[in-house]
Structures are given as C-alpha cells and as structure tokens.
Design a protein around this ligand. Structure first.
Ligand code: 5GP
Length: 114
C-alpha cells in the first residue's frame, strides 16, 4: 500500500483538528471545508478506495457510519440532516487514496451533487 498524507495524520506527524478517535477510526476536519461541518472519517487501516474493501472490513466500514451519526449528534444536526460521500477514483474526483468518508453538514445540500 502506498503512503498518503492521511497516514501522516494518523501518526500525528502532521497536525489535524481531530473530532473523534478510537483504535480503528479517526475523524478530522477537512483542510478545505465545503460546508460548515466538513469532517473526514477514515479507517486507520490502509484501504485505498471503496474497490479495495473486503468482506473482512465490513465491521470496520460499518463503524464509519456509527461515527458519522455520533458526530451529527455532537454538532446538533442529526435531525436537520447531513451528507456522507465516498469518492472512488478519477471520475468521482478522489485525490487521496486512503478510504475516507466526507461528513458534510450545517447547510442545505444541493442534489444531484454534481
Ligand atoms: P477526495 O477528493 O480524495 O475525496 O478528498 C480528499 C480530501 O482531503 C479533500 O477534501 C481535501 O481538502 C482533504 N485534505 C487533503 N489534504 C489534507 C490535509 O493535509 N489535511 C486535512 N485535514 N485534509 C486534507
């Protein structure tokens, strides 16, 4: 697996604003926020894209959604709503090849996303 900027964030070699952390998951503020609440929720395990998720990762990936719901509650937007996005490869605009969920909320979202 090739090293990404997120591996350095996991190891705290470069700073980030951490919103949630446990043994398997890290959530930190996106450096270029596209919404009032824009957090990246990532597994600490190296999984480059959605295509690389295996059956063995099912519980780990499920935890990403549990953390998203926790963050929504923490921010007080669980009832109002929020968006979760996984970009996979070029057409979706993925730029960092370490699986991440964009948690975005705090404003009205447009649909389709574009
Ligand atoms: P992608 O385009 O791969 O779905 O999303 C990658 C996201 O990572 C982008 O929204 C970008 O702003 C964010 N990002 C890239 N480098 C850093 C960084 O060094 N720190 C933080 N906090 N976010 C980053």
């Amino acid at each position: 697996m090739s090293e990404t900027i997120f591996d350095k964030i996991i190891r705290k070699e470069i700073p980030s604003q951490i919103e949630y952390e446990d043994e398997e998951i890290l959530a930190f503020k996106d450096i270029e926020p596209k919404a009032p609440f824009h957090v990246l929720i990532i597994p600490k395990k190296d999984i480059p894209t959605v295509n690389d998720i295996t059956e063995a990762d099912a519980e780990l990936v499920g935890k990403i959604f549990i953390v998203a719901a926790k963050l929504a509650k923490k921010y007080g937007i669980d009832e109002k709503g929020y968006r979760l996005v996984f970009n996979c490869n070029e057409d979706a605009g993925q730029t960092v090849f370490h699986l991440h969920c964009h948690f975005m909320g705090g404003r009205k979202m447009l649909w389709p996303a574009g």
